[in-house]
Design a protein around this ligand. Structure first.
Ligand SMILES: Nc1nc2c(c(=O)[nH]1)N[C@H]1C(S)=C(S)[C@@H](COP(=O)(O)OP(=O)(O)OC[C@H]3O[C@@H](n4cnc5c(N)ncnc54)[C@H](O)[C@@H]3O)O[C@H]1N2
Ligand code: MOO
Length: 405
């Protein structure tokens, strides 16, 4: 494998999206639906609220009976009933009468407003009122939130906590959602060891990609299993073939460049089809993607920062869209606080600390500097047609947070 001919980022993204797949759907209890994606429209079974309801603790009244009431000019009404939450009154309110009512209880017939308790005093069934209300005041009308039969959410909506409440209020105890994609992460590298507090053998490196890529896949709605193999063609081939039987997507890290031990793309070439290998980006140039056993495989660099950026640029969208969820980069403009060099013909994803106005790139841009990703909250994007930026230039910025919505 040689990395002399590089694809453009747009071509690489197109090759991925041309091979985009969707997961199957499943019906799950609503309580488990948080962060899933709807595979059906939600049509409400109910009105919400289901009746005109009181928005305050107080007295249901006929508004006009209260007109003119004030601290200096109190009026009196007669209390004829009381309604607690979950209760109703079958009494009809007539002039000069009031019914004690709790927040959330149904407004009784005849009443058209609720006077807050604070503006009243009570002596047995005699109510003194010190304020007036207008018709409709402190009443939440029937179906002001949701109308029965109305489409309140569309297929492909991502279910956040807000949608959980809406779907439940519409009467659904279960929903049809897209299945979570199953991802297999195969970490390769003879030099890798598990995290340990003990002294590490000479030439060994702690495997951190397992943890970053796993977390990133989970953030993107996937179920992920991880495994580790050494840099041998045979081991990598077995692991990829095995994963291609049981998983929707395979991700590998390491072995993407051109040394003897960089066998991952040779394996993909042997057992499947390489879509591309090598993209004119930095970091992450040796990224590859392919199809094995009809499954998408992303081959990420071993370098920890390159692997994270490659996930953000190439894999996140694929995983989101597999679950029926639309994904776009949310690009905003900021003023660069520093000069940033780059090369024509290459798209740079420069780690930066950005705020409401400015973006300041992290100075150590090495692909192994995990702390640079921890320090940064965003990428500055340098287009392939730009040869870097001067201090004060307006630059494109993608906040890390925005990659999750
Ligand atoms: N002659 C060339 N050499 C390299 C090129 C090139 O174009 N020509 N590209 C460079 C770039 S850019 C990158 S990125 C790396 C990609 O290398 P590999 O994907 O083959 O990764 P490795 O060699 O296996 O590892 C690189 C580096 O990362 C460490 N590593 C690997 N896996 C992990 C892990 N799971 N957790 C933490 N750290 C890991 C590894 O120990 C190495 O230090 O190639 C350049 N070379
Ligand atoms: O561009 Mo490589 O991805 O680490 O340096």
């Amino acid at each position: 494998m040689f990395l002399s001919k590089l694809d453009s980022i747009s071509n690489a993204l197109k090759l991925i999206s041309d091979n985009q797949k969707l997961t199957e759907v499943e019906e799950i209890p609503i309580v488990e639906a948080h962060k899933r994606v709807l595979a059906e429209d939600i049509i409400s079974f109910h009105d919400s609220p289901p009746f005109d309801k009181s928005a305050m603790d107080g007295f249901a009244v006929i508004a006009k009976d209260t007109f003119g009431a004030s601290q200096s000019n109190p009026k009196t009404l007669k209390i004829i009933d009381s309604i607690g939450a979950g209760d109703f009154s079958d009494k009809s309110l007539t002039n000069e009468k009031a019914i004690l009512i709790a927040t959330g209880a149904p407004i009784p017939k005849g009443a058209n407003a609720v006077l807050m308790k604070e503006f009243t005093t009570k002596n047995r069934d005699e109510l003194t009122i010190y304020s007036q209300v207008t018709p409709g005041e402190n009443v939440s009308p029937k179906s002001e939130d949701i109308k029965k039969g109305e489409k309140i959410l569309s297929k492909n909506t991502f279910i956040r906590y807000q949608e959980m409440g809406l779907i439940a209020s519409a009467g659904y105890d279960s929903v049809v959602v897209f299945k979570k994609p199953k991802v297999k992460l195969i970490v390769t590298g003879n030099e890798l060891v598990d995290p340990t507090k003990e002294e590490i053998d000479k030439a060994k490196i702690i495997n951190s990609n397992k943890y970053t890529i796993k977390a990133m896949a989970e953030d993107s709605g996937a179920i992920i299993q991880t495994t580790y193999v050494g840099d041998s063609f045979k081991e990598v081939k077995e692991a990829i073939l095995d994963a291609s039987n049981d998983y929707d997507v395979i991700i590998t890290t390491g072995g993407t460049a051109i040394s003897e031990g960089d066998v991952v793309l040779d394996v993909v070439d042997d057992i499947g089809e390489i879509l591309f290998h090598g993209v004119s980006i930095r970091p992450g140039k040796p990224i590859g993607a392919g199809i094995v056993n009809e499954k998408m495989i992303f081959t990420f660099s071993g370098q920890p920062v390159a692997a994270m950026s490659q996930f953000d640029i190439f894999a996140r969208k694929y995983l989101f869209e597999m679950q029926g969820r639309h994904f776009d980069f949310h690009i905003t403009k900021r003023q660069s606080q520093l000069k940033i060099p780059s090369s024509l013909g290459r798209t740079d994803f420069v780690r930066a600390v950005s705020d409401d106005n400015y973006a300041k790139h992290v100075l150590n841009r090495g692909s192994g500097i995990i702390r640079s990703m921890v320090e940064a909250n965003s990428y500055i994007i340098i287009d392939e047609n730009d040869e870097g930026y001067q201090k004060g230039d307006i630059v494109d910025v993608i906040f890390f947070d925005s990659l999750l919505w």
